[in-house]
Write a protein that binds this ligand. Sequence first.
Ligand code: TEU
Ligand code: CA
Length: 556
Amino acid sequence: MKRKWWHGKTAYQIYPKSFCDSNGDGIGDLRGVIGKLDYLQELGVEIVWLSPVYCSPLADQGYDISDYYNIDPRFGTMADMDELIAEGKRRGISIVMDLVVNHCSDEHEWFRKACEDPDGYYGQFFYIRDWHEGEKLPCNWRSYFGGPCWDLLPGHTDKIYFHAFHKKQPDLNWENPELRREVYKMINWWLDKGLGGFRIDAIINIKKLLPFQDFPADRDDGLCAIRRMLEKAEGVNVFLREMAEETFRRYDAFSVGEVFDEKTGDLPLIIGDDGYFSSMFDFAEHVLARDPRGWYAWRCPTAEEYKAACFGAQARSAGVGFLSNIIENHDEPRGVSHYLPEGEHSETAKKMLGGLNFMLRGLPFLYQGQEIGMENTVFTDIAQVDDINTLDEYRVARRAGLTDAEALAAVAPFSRDNARTPVQWDGGPGAGFTTGTPWLPLNPNYTRINLAEQRGRADSVYHFYRALIALRRSETYAETVVYGETLPYRPEQENLMAYYRKGERTLLVAGNFQKEAQDMPLPGPVKAVLLNNLQELKQEGDLVHLEGFQFLVLEV
Ligand code: TEU
Ligand code: CA
């Protein structure tokens, strides 16, 4: 495998709206991020991905962009962005932005012009079709946020347009070379500014199965999951290769794809030595225990399911490239609430989960607040929910016959708002996030779980993450932690997740994924204990007695 400049780094995702508010309007902003760069450096991260800060009506919190060349005034100015890039660089931190080009906002100039003249130049930037009241739609795909993918084109009664996500997110027509040229021009404009690269949103969706066609309905709304068409659509690789050649490769930029539903065998094309992207997220764990009927039928995965998914992904990417490993992001519940057994939220358990994920081969991404063990929030009323995805799934649950209270209880554990509550910097009013009223209520546990408290306590979750990052960067172990192969250790031992990282040295990473103690036989003498989330290591001959949720990194 070719060595790349970003391989040994640790990345960190910022959801700007909820990170740090510098001016008291309750909305996080770029000056807030700039003010925390020293903190990020102290933590040890070297790549920072910002969720979208471009101009946007915020129908989907910035994933609906109305101007790719400007910063939304709620987040700051272009001068702030330039300063952030420069100040990041001074601290060895590359700034990565979100690239949302499957769709734009219905308030983008391109879409406005397409509405004015659907048969003109910009009409070709979208998927617009003739349609008359009572007629069948071109296809029965269900948009990700509910309802058909088609809506009336604003200002028209006989034309409709396609949107895979919200109706305020019209899909861009990648079949049109003029559109693609505009996208590449924009990407290069940002890279010329010194941006480190991009996280690429929902990218597999850019290739549609054409002509539009129906699939058998999978719910009583008569629609089918959009994944059906993704399975059948061929040719996304042609677009991805062209984009890589026209943009990222010219700058040796970092790129990480949000890739769901890629075709089996495509991994080397996507993240191999000359892949379209530097890396892509491993979502194998995140889609566990989901149910096509909707969130109300989902559950949380077990330790055994989690372990199997991680090992599967490690095996698929071995010798191919680097997956990006996460336990959570802005679309997911908090990892500690989702993957740890119900009610098990001790700091010990949080460190175990974080450690097991962090030590996998690939690029570790932390999501803001993960480093202090932030948890899912509590909802007592659906009116407290902001996220459009959750609101839709709530309706789905109600239609399936759940009462209001049951529907709320069923969807709350999966709500995207869980990860979007403001970062808990300290235990004071506004949690150090804002001096005003936060746009989304704080998780009430901020008085107990916050950075100020953890920074001053050596055995906190925060200092444990710092130690993980330091190990990844250490002179002695970096080579093994970054490039060593992953080999499952005793995968058959239930609720033990253990693996070797074998490179220059041999490390054994082990987590007791349950509250009960259990013994783990050792493969040989322990040369060094590199990390332990408890005070003690109870060893008897070649047996380690693991306490509940104990986590170890041993050199063997
Ligand atoms: O998410 C893409 C995606 O596939 C979503 O449907 C995701 O599965 C869902 O949000 C999980 O509940 C990206 C962004 O990460 C997300 O925030 C945006 O809403 C979406 O694209 C549209 O841009
Ligand atoms: Ca603000």
